[in-house]
Design a protein around this ligand. Structure first.
Ligand code: GLY
Length: 354
């Protein structure tokens, strides 16, 4: 639905359906979103200062949080649940998250676990969280052994993507968010280049909503959303998150095009299109100099999709699909042939991830 500059997209999951509303100022729709949950009180967990947090319309506790992979831990979830308990949050109250994807992920998991599940409303503040992390119900935290290893599916009651938040982002973080928008080109969202930003967000969310409605629990079709992510996740780990999630997915998308080309699945022109689309958004396209090919291949072998050898979502004559058992030497040769960029400097505390 379109109202002025607001777009509303429904994630259609029967009794767990909800709306994602996108546009300037939509954070002020929070009281209506909270009222729909029936909550009499809420805990608002925010990685943004109080002045950026709208009035939820019911008595609330404000809990400050911090975006960043290093805080996306079980310890954070435990701390949040303790705050919910101290406040006396009941099963019929609700939680609100305000922050980037790392915050919506940890708060979503805390909401899923507290009293075995309380409603959560997400107000994603980074581009990455607006186009991907806050939509679709995946919640998770990291372990020292790997990313997103502990989590669950817990659909939010509403998502309010206020584009005013994006004006507060450091440039590198904003550009990183385009990594998830760029990969949409190859998973059926069409060419989003040239559209106003709120339209790009809406189109990305609409494509994600279609995919999630078909495969909420990631048993098949939802793998498409992992386009560019197999190398992307490996790069995040290999650089200890100095490369952000969006930057890593961007490089992973260029690599996915090259790998599909090396396997004869797409012509050279389509391989080149991967580079063009990622470049268009000002995203990195080369491997950072500090990562080594064998280390990346080892990390990719740990990917959750890799149940039958090295596995990637790759473009092909019928569109993108899951391709298992990709020969190791083809993967290594494709990585070796990629351009190299200078050593990566860290993105800092506001690093984001979905
Ligand atoms: N970010 C990938 C997914 O939601 O499935």
């Amino acid at each position: 639905m379109t109202t002025g500059t607001h777009r509303t997209i429904t994630v259609d999951l029967e009794d767990r359906s909800y709306d994602v509303t996108i546009g300037p100022g939509v954070r002020h729709l929070l009281p209506e979103a909270v009222a729909r949950t029936g909550a009499r009180r809420v805990v608002v967990v925010s990685a943004r200062p109080p002045e950026w947090v709208p009035d939820p319309g019911v008595p609330s506790l404000f809990v400050p949080a911090r975006d960043g992979e290093h805080d996306k831990t079980l310890a954070t979830v435990e701390r949040l649940c303790s705050r919910f308990a101290e406040f006396g949050l009941t099963r019929s109250d609700a939680v609100v998250s305000v922050g980037g994807g790392t915050t919506t992920d940890s708060v979503g998991l805390a909401a899923a676990l507290f009293h075995r599940g309380v409603p959560v409303v997400h107000l994603p503040t980074s581009l990455l969280a607006q186009v991907d992390a806050s939509v679709g119900g995946k919640t998770a935290v990291n372990l020292p052994e790997g990313k997103n290893l502990v989590g669950t599916y817990w659909q939010p009651s509403a998502v309010l993507c206020d584009t005013d938040y994006l004006s507060t982002l450091p440039e590198r973080e904003l550009i990183g968010g385009y990594g998830e928008i760029a990969r949409c080109f190859f998973i059926g969202a069409g060419d989003l280049r040239g559209l106003p930003l709120h339209e790009q967000i809406a189109a990305s969310v609409a494509r994600k909503a279609q995919i999630v409605a078909l495969d909420e629990r990631d048993t098949g079709h939802r793998h498409l959303l992992n386009y560019g992510h197999t190398l992307g996740h490996a790069l995040e780990r290999a650089t200890d998150f100095a490369l952000s999630h969006g930057e890593s997915v961007a490089i992973g998308t260029v690599f996915a095009g090259r790998l599909a080309g090396a396997l004869g699945r797409i012509p050279a022109s389509r391989v080149a299109e991967h580079l063009d689309v990622v470049r268009h958004f000002g995203l990195p396209t080369a491997l950072p100099s500090e990562v080594d090919v064998d280390g990346l291949v080892a990390l990719m072998a740990l990917d959750k999709k890799a149940t039958h050898g090295l596995t990637f979502v790759l473009d092909g004559p019928g569109g993108a699909e899951l391709v298992p058992d990709v020969p190791r030497h083809v993967v290594a040769e494709t990585l070796t042939a990629m351009d190299r960029a200078p050593r990566t400097s860290p993105t800092g505390e506001r690093a984001d991830h979905a």
